[in-house]
Design a protein around this ligand. Structure first.
Ligand SMILES: C[S@@+](CC[C@H](N)C(=O)[O-])C[C@H]1O[C@@H](n2cnc3c(N)ncnc32)[C@H](O)[C@@H]1O
Length: 286
């Protein structure tokens, strides 16, 4: 099933407008392979037919969402890249705990959470090393554009392979229940701590209060520089003055948003808004 250059160009613009996802020139094969399951599900004969309906705006809203959903890449796993979690455990959370000890409020956002492994990793880390924080006013938000991944994240059910990726046996046995058919479910007591919400970065963002840390990892890579800049600025405005942000290991604010200062800690980097007091309480030059 082929796709013409004109159809591909239309689809690139369409996808960018709705999700900011930027498809490179030669990604026709990706569009085809992602859309074919939708054609089968909806008994649509050809990609051309689907694209024509999208362009005429004659498809149901649900189908548009399915198409966007299909274009997202949801790769994730527990304790991904490990170093950011080590820095949070060894330095950043203890620092925040000292600085926020009076208020006893902590607000965390896993932005682009995919199927939930990132926020659940953080909760397990906190349960293991900072159990006292669960007596605080703790707000844990996890958002994604895709309703499919959010549904899975809410259920906290993972295949055997997913539950073994990045997660050691001890934590799996402590925080998961084994289900039939080689699946694992994270305990309800952890699931109910998280507020999962659908959020598209290029739409309006719901009020989630001021965040003390924002994990926005392995998602900016899919966007153009202007979109990255807008998102980084918006995150900055929502961050508490003592807060910090983590990006994916191949992502950076450098040459995108000068409002962030990068700090390196071992093999991880984290970002604090420039010219304000960061988690360490130092005042940095403007
Ligand atoms: C590769 S996953 C990253 C998951 C997790 N943060 C990690 O690092 O393992 C990227 C996620 O970004 C989401 N995403 C893509 N475009 C988005 C948008 N415009 N707004 C919000 N989320 C988006 C996708 O649905 C996907 O689940």
């Amino acid at each position: 099933m082929s796709i013409t250059k004109q159809e591909f160009d239309f689809f690139r613009d369409w996808a960018r407008e709705r999700s900011a996802i930027s498809l490179e020139e030669d990604k026709e094969y990706l569009v085809k392979s992602r859309l074919e399951p939708i054609l089968r599900r909806h008994k649509i004969d050809t990609i051309s037919e689907l694209l024509a309906s999208l362009s005429r705006r004659t498809v149901a809203a649900g189908l548009e969402d399915e198409v966007i959903d299909a274009m997202t890449t949801n790769e994730t796993f527990f304790f991904r890249d490990i170093h950011p979690f080590q820095v949070m455990r060894d330095h950043l959370i203890p620092q925040l705990e000292r600085e926020l000890g009076e208020e006893r409020k902590l607000n965390v956002w896993s932005a682009a959470c995919s199927t939930g492994q990132e926020i659940y990793s953080l909760i397990m880390l906190m349960k293991e090393h900072f159990p006292q924080l669960f007596d605080w006013d703790l707000k844990l938000y996890a958002t994604d554009i895709s309703s499919t991944v959010l549904e899975k994240a809410r259920s906290g059910i993972y295949t055997d392979m997913e539950a073994k990726r990045g997660l050691d046996e001890r934590l799996r046995n402590r925080y998961f229940t084994r289900l039939p058919n080689d699946r694992w479910q994270i305990h309800e007591s952890l699931r109910k701590l998280v507020t999962f919400r659908q959020l598209n970065f290029i739409d309006s963002w719901p009020d989630m209060g001021r965040h003390h840390f924002v994990l926005i990892r392995n998602v900016l890579i899919y966007f153009d520089v202007d979109v990255k800049r807008q998102i980084l600025e918006r995150v900055r405005r929502r961050l508490d003055r003592r807060g910090f942000m983590m990006l994916g290991s191949s992502e950076t604010t450098l040459n995108i948003d000068p409002g962030w200062e990068v700090r390196r800690d071992g093999r991880a980097a984290y970002y604090v808004p420039r010219a304000t007091a960061g988690v360490s309480g130092e005042t940095r030059p403007a």
